[in-house]
Design a protein around this ligand. Structure first.
Ligand code: ATP
Ligand code: MG
Length: 363
């Protein structure tokens, strides 16, 4: 990934511009952590970048940022800029392109996100980000109160980076969050959920939640249950405990699963019927919330005679033939009955046993 990125920088520079890798990739590279995408900053304008990479630019240009696919890797290329005004404490609505790396770095959020790498792989650290990486502390670039009022998403980004990297938040950041946290309410639920997902999916999720509570962000995020979370194993499990299914955006199937988890919490996760009807995933999450060993749940689940109705060796058609009746509603009743008997182990799932049972009870 890095080799390809350096080649891309070279190509931009061969055309008379300057370009650097910046942001998450350089931060993660120094920390020897894996990184998912590479951000590049340059003094070439978006149209100049489009001209250089005409065959490989994706059409989605947002705020003068262009996505280029170079040797199968996606790069986010952003022109050096100064941001002039923000809308609703969030979106930079007015900016101008500039020809100055330092100025571009100053508009960014945290010192650790403003370290660059040049085309030879040298680290360029104009705002002492490396020092903060070493001290394991998140610090804003310049005045934190100003940074957070400009764009309140940075409040959640601060907690997200602290969580994922297991870093402290500077005292200054903590103080400013206390004074600006009300602005978090204005962020879209979609954005808030994106940041929260990254916090909840981190191995350091407990620390992340502790920070959110300490900074009283649970109130601004409208998550009254945050202090009551019992299980941190699974993202959707955490959301199910927060009970904000209709406030935050979720897909239909996610809502279904969250509802099921809450239902199953009140039931016995080692009961065959519960295991069968709600499946292993929902039961495992509910079980670990109740401190029941997940392994036992998995063993019990694997020992179920069937996992779904279509594993029953006789289907509706076989039953109609057996009873010599045209298919109808009665089949549903019989199938549900034998399904329940098989699941609890009172009826064997083989043709002879089922035939005998059906003839005895339904002829
Ligand atoms: P990751 O990609 O690992 O989530 P990242 O630091 O690369 O983390 P991105 O959202 O990809 O974050 O943004 C790239 C860079 O752009 C950041 O490192 C930071 O320098 C800058 N940036 C992103 N969002 C903001 C923001 N809201 N305010 C100021 N600077 C930002
Ligand atoms: Mg990034």
């Amino acid at each position: 990934m890095l080799d390809v990125a350096l080649k891309l920088l070279q190509k931009i520079e061969d055309n008379g511009y300057v370009a650097y890798i910046v942001g998450g990739f350089v931060r993660d590279y120094i920390l020897k952590m894996p990184s998912s995408d590479i951000d590049i900053c340059t003094n070439a304008t978006p149209s100049e970048i489009r001209f250089l990479f005409s065959h490989s630019c994706l059409p989605n240009e947002t705020y003068g940022s262009i996505t280029v696919v170079f040797k199968n890797i996606r790069f986010e290329i952003t022109t050096f800029r100064r941001e002039l005004s923000y809308l609703n404490n969030r979106k930079p609505v007015k900016f101008e392109y500039i020809d100055n790396l330092l100025e571009d770095l100053k508009r960014r959020d945290f010192t650790i996100n403003a370290i660059c790498m040049d085309k030879e792989g040298n680290i360029i650290d104009l705002l002492n980000g490396k020092e903060d990486l070493k001290r394991r502390e998140i610090c804003t670039i310049g005045d934190s109160y100003h940074k957070f009022t400009e764009d309140s998403l940075r409040i959640l980004r601060a907690v997200r980076f602290a969580t994922i990297l297991n870093f402290r938040l500077s005292d200054d950041i903590k103080q400013s969050i206390r004074n600006t946290k009300y602005l978090v309410r204005n962020l879209s639920y979609y954005r808030k959920k994106e940041e929260l997902n990254k916090i909840f999916a981190s191995v350091n999720v407990r620390y992340g939640i502790k920070l959110l509570l300490e900074l009283e962000l649970d109130q601004e995020l409208e998550l009254p249950n945050l202090k009551k979370i019992k299980n941190f194993d699974d993202l959707i499990g955490i959301w199910s405990q927060l009970e904000v299914d209709s406030l935050y955006p979720f897909m239909k199937n996610e809502k279904e699963i969250m509802g099921q988890i809450r239902k199953v919490l009140k039931l016995d996760n080692l009961d065959c019927n519960v295991l069968y009807h709600y499946g292993l995933y929902v039961n495992s999450i509910a079980a670990s919330m109740k401190n029941i060993d997940k392994k036992i749940v998995t063993q019990k689940y694997n020992a179920l005679p069937i996992k779904s109705r279509n594993e029953i060796v006789m289907n509706g058609e076989d039953i109609s033939k057996l009873l010599n009746k045209k298919p109808g509603l009665f089949l549903k009743e019989i199938l549900t009955d034998i399904e329940n008997q098989i699941v609890v182990g009172s009826l064997k799932n083989d043709k002879d046993s089922l035939t005998e049972y059906i003839l005895q009870h339904y002829r």
